[in-house]
Write a protein that binds this ligand. Structure first.
Ligand code: CA2
Length: 147
C-alpha cells in the first residue's frame, strides 16, 4: 500500500481557532481525520504533518522524493501556507526531489489579496487546487490515487 504525504505549512495549526469566514471551523485534527478517511477509501496510507518552519518543509520534500523513487509514496499534497507566496526554496525542493506534488489551498487565493495571487509552488507542482475549503484535501487525495 502506497502512502499519501500531506504537508501543512505555517500557521495551519491555528485552523478552526480564527478567521472561520476564510478557512471554516474545522481544526487541523479534523482535517487529519478527513484525510485518513479519504486515504482509507483510496487504499492509501496517510502521513499527515504540519510545521511552521520552511527548512523542515524542504527536508520533508527531499524525504518524499526518496520515498517516491523507492516506490512507497504516491505523492505529496502540499499546503505551504504563506510560504507559497515567498519561497523559492520550496520551489527548488519540489523540483530537486522530483516528487509528485499537488499544491493545495483551503481558500480561493485568487479571490483574496494581490500578494496571494502569485505562487512559487505552482510551476513546480503537478496540479493546483484552491477554494474547496478543507474538503479539498479529500479531493486531492482522490486525485493523487488516480495519478
Ligand atoms: O488558503 C490556504 O490554504 C492558504 O494556504 C492558507 C495560508 C495563507 O497564507 C495562504 O495564502 C492560503 C494561511 C494559513 C493560516 O491559517 C490560519 C487559520 C486560522 C487562523 C489564522 C491562520
Amino acid at each position: 500500500m502506497k502512502t499519501a504525504l500531506v504537508l501543512n505549512g505555517p500557521n495551519l495549526n491555528l485552523l478552526g481557532t480564527r478567521e472561520p469566514a476564510v478557512y471554516g471551523h474545522a481544526t487541523l485534527a479534523d482535517v487529519e481525520k478527513l484525510c485518513a478517511q479519504a486515504c482509507a477509501k483510496q487504499g492509501l496510507t496517510l502521513d499527515f504533518r504540519q510545521t511552521n518552519h520552511e527548512g523542515v518543509l524542504v527536508d520533508w520534500l527531499h524525504e518524499a522524493g526518496r520515498a517516491q523513487a523507492s516506490g512507497t509514496l504516491a505523492g505529496v499534497i502540499l499546503n505551504a501556507g504563506a510560504y507559497t507566496h515567498t519561497s523559492v526554496a520550496l520551489h527548488d525542493a519540489i523540483k530537486g526531489a522530483g516528487v509528485t506534488c499537488i499544491e493545495l489551498h483551503i481558500s480561493n487565493v485568487h479571490a483574496r489579496e494581490a500578494f496571494r495571487h502569485h505562487s512559487y509552488i505552482s510551476p513546480a507542482a503537478k496540479a493546483v487546487m484552491a477554494g474547496f475549503g478543507v474538503k479539498g484535501y479529500a479531493l486531492a487525495i482522490a486525485a493523487l490515487a488516480e495519478m
